[in-house]
Ligand binder design. Structure first.
Ligand SMILES: [Zn+2]
Length: 288
């Protein structure tokens, strides 16, 4: 029986080492800093806690040794198609944020935020689509291996299918203990909104039975996103509200993170993407 946990503030696992300049189209690598600085400046009910970096051993539970060492040494391309030492240095901290947040909610209950992308296109020995190490599987597999969680849910609500996550789960036969629902595999058109919410509701029942849920609250399904385009701002809020309310009611520990979002202004700033992540935070704080 899960214990209901009284939570008034949201722990956000952030440190500056998580952010990097990826020198690419995707703003993912600099987003942790941009979003969290905004939250801290507006005096919201959050506590910023420093995550521990993921160890190489933890990364190697989801990725081959050769790949992990190659990327970290700058001998192999990262998900941004370069060998930037700045990006390499940020990677143990982004996966580490998810792991630290997950350890926190497993110990204390409630929700936490890891303000980074889940990097769901990263597969066992290959980077892809701005993703280097798969923070979702790194977290799920490390916590399962250490005996902290028996069953883990991954709810991936990015625009795009979590193909790297699927590949790692199947390659390592982790489907026994990871329930993975990637909405991008099935839902991507505005005429599927009703179907999407019906399916999400039923998946949430299954996910709420897990010891831990990792929720990728993607901003790129937004109707104006250049790489997405089917849910309105109100529908994204409705999605987040449904997730948070269901998990809160079931007292299922949950960690949420950002995933994609590519709406950019002419000067390179990303206020529309940040507004979507802000809305997710508001919906999360509303159920605490
Ligand atoms: Zn995406």
């Amino acid at each position: 029986m899960k214990q209901h946990h009284i939570q008034r503030r949201l722990p956000v696992f952030y440190r500056s080492e998580m952010a990097a300049d990826s020198e690419s189209f995707s703003p993912s690598a600099r987003k942790p800093k941009l979003v969290v600085e905004g939250w801290v400046a507006t005096n919201l009910a959050i506590d910023v806690l420093a995550p521990a970096p993921a160890t190489q051993k933890e990364l190697m539970l989801s990725h081959s040794r050769e790949y992990v060492e190659g990327v970290l040494r700058g001998e192999r391309n990262n998900g941004f198609h370069n060998r930037s030492s700045e990006v390499a240095a940020s990677l143990p901290f982004t996966s580490g944020a998810m792991l630290s947040a997950a350890r926190h909610v497993l110990a204390k209950g409630g929700f936490a935020c890891a303000p980074c992308s889940g990097f769901h296109h990263a597969s066992y020995e290959r980077a892809g689509g701005y993703c280097t190490f798969n923070g979702l599987t790194v977290t799920a597999i490390a916590l399962h291996e250490s005996g902290r969680a028996k069953r883990i849910g991954i709810l991936d609500c990015d625009m795009h299918d979590g193909d790297g996550t699927w590949e790692i789960i199947h390659r390592l036969s982790a489907q026994e203990y990871i329930h993975h629902f990637s909405t991008g595999a099935t839902f991507y058109r505005a005429d599927q909104v009703e179907q999407f919410f019906n399916r999400l509701s039923s998946e949430l029942v299954e996910l709420s039975r897990c010891d831990l849920v990792l929720y990728q609250a993607g901003a790129d399904p937004h109707i104006d996103d250049p790489l997405g385009g089917w849910l309105t701002s109100a529908q994204l809020r409705e999605r987040d509200r449904l997730v948070f309310r269901t998990m809160s009611k079931a007292a299922t520990p949950l960690v949420w993170n950002f995933a994609g979002g590519y709406q950019k202004e002419a000067d390179g700033t990303i206020p529309k993407v940040i507004a979507i992540h802000d809305a997710t935070l508001e919906e999360c704080l509303a159920v605490l």
